[in-house]
Design a protein around this ligand. Structure first.
Ligand code: LLP
Length: 463
């Protein structure tokens, strides 16, 4: 079946531009399980479904573009992380990847904790019933108001990120008559093999306090002296979209080294370490992510071994996966608007969203895949670039991909693995209305974040 109004589209270009995917997939109608949420499947009549609901029905009901989130998959992934780490460790979901009140409730149900990094995320978490002691508060420049709100709420930990903040949090906690549990975020000097903008533990960057030159040790020294602070651990986050565990190995080695130095100097063994998030997911068929149980096993082994060597008792470990939980659970549904074949170059397929709903391609050169989801097609593969509707030539959603050559305006296409850092980084560029997030489960769909309206835009415009 087809939603297309126009039957024939442009043909596959004879000359492939540089950087094109080497070959089209054997079957354009097949959905690679690696990149699609777990309940996504194609019905015998060719329409793709998620949570048992056809994308054509979802498009009619909720419009496009829309983020369609597979709630079953989200819960399964959250549970898999929780189970893999067990009762002696904590999993803090990184809310920056995508946060809404429904998500907070799912996390709560599944026994996860939550990492927030702004007053807005904190308010969302608290308003949806996440107990404050299961919340960690992050950020390299938390405002005084944010720190006050976090301390007052009684968050389980504030992750201190600078020398100024050590004093600031101690002062605020003291003036509220509280003692705040804190971790100190350090940079361990590890170069994670990822895009420069999402690597965070090499020394030349804004996060954390460098281990190098004794700065982290000095931070601990100062924090331990302050009455308003209860220093419970050391935090390290080495970057994002990481597949190779060796960075975590080096990070754990250095964090445990610091714990040992602290024990030797101050006679205290800090009871916690947090190794951050950053585990990679499959954006395309070329990516091979690790399962949570493999990650948990590797991290537990590394930490236990390092602690044994340093003759320390093993601290309680925590991790902060964001992308690895929510990333694979959603896809963005778009309607094809125009198709522009450029001879000997490529074919541009324009959709009804773009860099306002997915900035990652423009920002990080991120790779995505795409599929025709409102019908199947037996047409030849056509090399395309999927672009948005913004006034910017860098407004690219999928750089190079194959879609069937009979693609036509009105067809629905979907970009998988957009659950993380797409809605959460969405913008109103060109006064675009940010798309809704629709959670689908067991044959039922419900909006968990509604589509923005023009009234929403005008409400902010008070001039
Ligand atoms: N913990 C801390 C302290 C973090 O800074 C982050 C991400 C995470 C955990 C979660 O990382 P994840 O498991 O989601 O990779 N906008 C970028 C990613 C920025 C990540 C910032 N911090 C992107 O779209 O790739």
């Amino acid at each position: 079946m087809s939603r297309s109004a126009h039957p024939a589209g442009p043909r596959h270009a004879d000359v492939l531009p540089e950087g094109h995917p080497s070959a089209p997939p054997a079957d354009l109608n097949a959905l690679d399980r690696k990149v699609w949420a777990s309940t996504v499947t194609r019905t015998p009549d060719g329409v793709v479904t998620v949570g048992g609901v056809e994308v054509t029905t979802l498009a009619e009901e909720f419009g496009t573009p829309a983020y369609l989130l597979d709630e079953t998959d989200f819960r399964e992934r959250a549970r898999a992380w929780r189970t893999a780490f067990g009762p002696d460790a904590d999993v803090f979901y990184a809310g920056k990847a995508f946060l809404s009140r429904a998500v907070v409730r799912w996390l709560h149900d599944e026994g996860l904790n939550l990492d927030v990094c702004s007053g807005g995320e904190l308010t969302t978490a608290l308003s949806a019933g996440m107990p404050a002691d299961r919340i960690a508060f992050h950020g390299n420049n938390k405002s005084v108001e944010e720190i006050e709100a976090a301390v007052r709420a009684g968050v389980g930990r504030i992750v201190l990120d600078s020398f100024q903040e050590i004093v600031r949090v101690a002062h605020i906690a003291g003036s509220l008559g509280k003692r705040q549990r804190v971790q100190i975020r350090i940079t361990v000097g590890v170069e994670a093999h990822t895009h420069e903008f999402i690597a965070t533990a090499h020394e030349d960057q804004k996060f954390g306090i460098p281990l190098a030159g004794g700065q982290a040790a000095e931070a601990v020294r100062r924090a331990l002296q302050l009455d308003g602070l209860d220093v419970v651990g050391i935090h390290s986050h080495i970057g994002s979209q990481i597949f190779d565990m060796s960075g975590f190995e080096v990070a754990a080695h250095r964090v445990v080294g610091l714990l040992k130095d602290i024990r030797d100097e101050h006679g205290v063994e800090l009871p916690e370490i947090d190794l951050g998030g950053g585990l990679g997911i499959a954006y395309t068929s070329d990516d091979d992510p690790r399962e949570p149980h493999e990650i948990a096993k590797a991290l537990n082994e590394i930490v236990s071994r390092e602690c044994e060597r340093a003759q320390l008792s093993t601290p309680r470990i925590s991790v902060e996966p964001g992308r690895a939980i929510v990333g694979p659970t959603a896809f963005t549904l778009y309607e094809v608007g125009t198709i522009k074949p450029l001879e000997n170059l490529r074919t541009y397929v324009s959709v009804d969203g773009g860099m306002s709903d997915n900035i990652r391609t423009a920002l990080y050169d991120a790779e995505y895949s795409v599929a025709l989801v409102s019908r199947t097609s037996e047409a030849a593969p056509m090399l395309v670039r999927v672009v948005g509707k913004h006034c910017e030539s860098g407004d690219i959603v999928v750089k190079d991909a194959f879609l069937p050559a009979d693609l036509a305006p009105g067809d629905l296409i979907a970009v998988p693995a957009t659950g993380a850092y797409c809605r959460s980084m969405a913008s109103n560029y060109n006064h675009a209305l940010r798309p809704p997030v629709v959670a689908v489960r067991d044959g039922e769909a419900r909006v968990i974040v509604r589509r923005e309206t023009e009234e929403d835009l005008l409400r902010l415009d008070v001039g």
